[in-house]
Ligand binder design. Structure first.
Ligand SMILES: Cc1cc2nc3c(=O)[nH]c(=O)nc-3n(C[C@H](O)[C@H](O)[C@H](O)COP(=O)(O)O)c2cc1C
Length: 188
């Protein structure tokens, strides 16, 4: 198996992080991998917001959690009230990918960029986990206001499409969860 496929297979969602910071050289490589993802018509309609400030991350986490606990959606309330619920799992680095909502395929572009970054991170021994709560929260008016008040200002006309925490796993590299083998049809 070549190195690329090895890294793709190695990537796992990491939910326990050490406090060790991701070095700038590694962050640069991760971002470069993201910026090289394909985009519809090569529009590259995106912006990458990197949050390394622990206090800012803590405040964002708190705002997301409070909004979930107060949500009219029972499923969100339930998940947020589970013991130990954490939006970012104290990951030392957050990357948000936003994109111009008027672009051709901003959600796909952003997701592909995040996929590249997660695999690149895994190749460097850095774990990651998609944090959907951050996206759901930003999709609400309350969330947009909260992000803005925290100083996380996305470019004009941008929507948040991908968000993930990154860092070194504290509890070892996670086991591979069950993966379906029955999801392929080959027609010849
Ligand atoms: C669209 C999407 C949303 C996800 N949201 C969350 C989330 O909010 N919290 C979380 O812990 N993991 C989240 N995950 C990670 C999945 O739970 C994880 O990818 C899945 O369990 C498979 O495990 P693996 O990534 O280790 O292969 C999300 C993944 C995707 C693709």
């Amino acid at each position: 198996m070549n190195e690329t496929i090895t890294s793709i297979l190695k990537r796992r969602s990491v939910r326990e992080y050490s406090t060790k910071a991701v070095a700038q050289t590694e962050l640069d490589q991760i971002l470069e991998a993201g910026r090289n993802a394909p985009t519809a018509m090569n529009q590259q309609p995106w912006h990458f917001t990197v949050i390394r400030n622990p206090e800012l991350r803590r405040k964002l986490e708190e705002q997301c959690k409070t909004a979930f606990l107060e949500s009219s959606n029972e499923a969100l309330r339930d998940v947020a009230s589970q013991e130990g619920f954490s939006v970012f799992y104290q990951a030392p680095l957050l990357i948000l990918v936003s994109a111009d909502r008027t672009a051709l395929a901003p959600q796909y572009d952003s997701t592909l960029a995040m996929g590249n970054m997660m695999v690149a991170a895994a190749s460097l021994g850095i774990g990651s986990c998609w944090t959907h709560a951050a996206i759901l929260f930003h999709a609400t008016t309350r969330g947009k206001d909260a992000y803005r008040e925290l100083g996380i200002v996305l470019p004009e006309h941008h929507e948040l499409y991908a968000a993930a925490g990154f860092g070194y796993p504290s509890g070892g590299w996670p086991e591979t969860p069950p993966k379906r083998a029955d999801c392929v049809t080959i027609m010849e």
